[in-house]
Design a protein. Structure first.
Length: 277
């Protein structure tokens, strides 16, 4: 099968340069014969867009797929003059959709990206028809702490800033493939440390549960069976807050679901996207 990668590009939205990668030819029907619906992926706390390429390639067979570099990561705007709080990053998503004139969007976020996507919806993001929340941190004021620790992120960024190789990265992500480790070693230095620190701190100071009841579009919550981020009581609470939500679990995966169980990740969508991706 030929590659579905189209190009990388920049758009000015919400006052910054937002860089994205695009997969899937929108002029061609999907493998199922239908027009390609836009799908936007918002990655996690230290995942530049390119690290999601192996997932976007597959989505690109069926969808007009965009992977966003969240501000302070990859090739999007970064630096001390910018804000990196949850609300600002949510506004970035809204502005990105508007700037590209996208309609009938499937908005999918992983981890931090899921929190930003959820907040974007609560702040009135338009032209979104489905929402996918992939193992979002459910920590917050008075809640259980997020299981990862900040030094794990900061130490790996520091190593990559100085120049890290695959073996260095293997010390942080032992189960990943060499290709995945190489990408992380090459791109992790683009993660702006203050942006990472603020995002991590807001896992504990910003409660996203307040955003859940107002969601009025079909929503899927995908949980990692071995991640420890979302536990049974969390699923039950979220179901109470949004009874219409569909909850699935990738049983054999940790928090980085497609890295841990590629096929299990796609299987966990079930038929939510209209067909198996």
């Amino acid at each position: 099968m030929t590659s579905t990668y189209l190009y990388g590009a920049n758009v000015q939205a919400n006052g910054i340069r937002q860089h994205y990668l695009r997969y899937g030819d929108p002029s061609q029907p999907s493998d199922m014969g239908a027009a390609r619906q836009p799908l936007i992926i918002i990655p996690g706390i230290t995942s530049p867009a390119i690290t999601w390429g192996f997932v976007a390639e597959r989505f690109g067979r069926h969808f007009d797929t965009y992977v966003l570099d969240v501000r302070g990561r990859g090739l999007s705007s970064s630096g001390a003059e910018l804000d990196y709080d949850t609300d600002t990053c949510a506004e970035d998503i809204k502005a990105f959709i508007d700037a590209l004139g996208l309609e009938d969007v499937i908005l999918a976020g992983h981890s931090m990206g899921a929190r930003f996507a959820l907040r974007a919806m609560s702040r009135g993001a338009g032209n979104v028809s489905k929402l996918v929340l992939i193992d979002p941190p459910v920590s917050g004021p008075g809640r259980r702490e997020y299981p990862s620790r900040l030094p794990w992120y900061l130490d790996s960024i520091r190593d990559c800033t100085h120049g890290a190789d695959i073996e260095t990265m293997r010390g942080y992500c032992a189960s990943w493939s060499d290709d995945q480790l190489q990408l992380r070693a090459e791109w992790l230095h683009t993660c702006y440390t203050p942006a990472i620190v603020q995002a991590f701190e807001e896992f504990h100071t910003v409660d996203i549960h307040q955003d859940i009841p107002g969601i009025q579009i079909p929503t899927l919550l995908m949980c990692a069976g071995k991640g420890g981020v979302i536990q049974t009581q969390d699923k039950e609470e979220i179901q109470r807050l949004l009874p219409s939500i569909r909850i699935t679990t990738a049983e054999n995966a940790g928090h980085m679901i497609p890295w841990d169980d590629y096929e299990g990740f796609f299987a966990a969508f079930e038929d939510f996207l209209g067909h198996a991706p």
